[in-house]
Design a protein around this ligand. Structure first.
Ligand code: SP5
Ligand code: ZN
Length: 347
């Protein structure tokens, strides 16, 4: 297994996120990835690499160019408004809703922040663009390594910020560029005919779903907390099956808060059967470990040992597989849980 890690990840270090009217410390911290790196020192399940330069042309095909331009310049614009802004992160305060226009790009900075975001929990910081762009490079390189001669069975983009909530032209849920979607598109561009993206993060992968919703060449599947009660609330229901050419190519498996491993693994078996039926020739796993019983912001009851079984079950598909790193906020256990999935997969 080849693991592309992001040397710029710690440059994205948000100070605060909005929660119930207050600013509270961010859950999505650099320490998360440091714990995974430390666990990989103890249990070297793969070989570590750093990525090359990000393929901006590919990023601008998956995401809207005007959105990518915004991300690349947002911090400088923010500080140009007032030098004292450098001590504070960017959070949105105004959003367009139904009936407002999204085709006219506002000149006002706050209006553009709102246009391109969907929550106030995802601070944009001085290093966000560097970290997100280098993370995207990890995902793209991980996908391309899988298609090379003598390719390993699996690769990973070990990165933060995560990606699965980010859509064509929006960020949110701690995500800015959709690493799993970039990996899937790179696999398609490199010759894979049908790609499945299976999202096992606690939260619905709304960004990935929306990017491929009308496509028949990429199947998207997500196992997650029921959006009736769980973030991101406005997408992820079971009746979202894809549209147009992509009809039937999206599968959501929402589960109630409190679901334990027996309930969760039954959904996993259903997802794996669907991937076999689809006839995928490559797989992307959006790997969040916020399904863990000790996660501070989520409500499933998966144990550390269960992650070994999850990795082993995914491996039964026998597909070339790219893992991308998504959520998981029980900081001390994130390393054990992620490496357990990888160890279960390669065993
Ligand atoms: C990638 C990913 O897992 N994103 C999740 C984003 C969830 N954002 C909303 C979390 C709100 C929880 N706040 C709880 C604060 C408790 N002190
Ligand atoms: Zn999550």
């Amino acid at each position: 297994m080849l693991i592309f890690h992001n040397p710029a990840h710690a440059r994205h270090d948000g100070r605060q996120e909005m929660f119930r009217g207050r600013l509270v410390p961010c859950h999505e911290t650099p320490a998360r990835l440091a714990h995974v790196m430390a666990e990989l020192q103890r249990r070297p399940v793969g070989e570590l690499r750093t990525p090359g330069d990000a393929d901006l042309a590919l990023i601008r095909r998956v995401h809207q160019p005007r959105y990518v331009d915004f991300l690349a310049t947002a911090w400088d614009e923010w500080v140009a408004l007032d030098p004292e802004n450098a001590a504070v992160d960017v959070l949105p305060s105004v959003w367009p809703v139904r009936g407002f226009r999204d085709d006219v790009l506002p000149l006002n900075f706050a209006a553009r922040v709102g246009l391109f975001s969907f929550d106030a929990g995802s601070p944009l910081t001085a290093g966000t663009w560097d970290a997100a762009r280098t993370g995207a490079a990890c995902a793209i390189d991980a996908a391309r390594a899988l298609l090379a001669a003598n390719a390993p069975r699996a690769t990973m983009a070990l990165t933060r910020p995560p990606g699965h909530h980010a859509g064509a032209d929006f960020y949110g849920g701690y995500c800015f560029l959709n690493n799993a979607a970039l990996a899937a598109q790179a696999l398609r561009d490199g010759g894979a005919r049908r790609v499945a993206v299976l999202d096992v993060d606690y939260h619905h992968g709304n960004g990935t779903q929306s990017l491929f919703y009308e496509r028949a060449d990429v199947m998207t599947l997500s196992i997650h907390g029921d959006p009736s009660t769980e973030y991101p609330f406005f997408l992820g229901h079971a009746d979202e099956r894809g549209a147009g050419a992509g009809a039937g190519c999206n599968l959501n498996l929402p589960l109630p808060a409190g679901t334990d491993f027996s309930g969760w693994s039954a959904a996993l078996e259903q997802a794996l059967a669907e991937i076999r039926r689809f006839g995928a020739d490559a797989l992307v796993i959006a790997l969040g470990v916020d399904t863990f019983e000790g996660d501070p912001i989520s409500r499933f009851r998966v144990s550390s040992a269960d992650y070994l079984r999850i990795g082993a079950a995914i491996a039964t598909l026998g597909l070339p597989t790219v893992f991308t790193m998504e959520g998981g906020y029980a900081v001390a256990e994130v390393g054990i849980n992620v490496v357990n999935v990888l160890e279960g997969f390669v065993a």
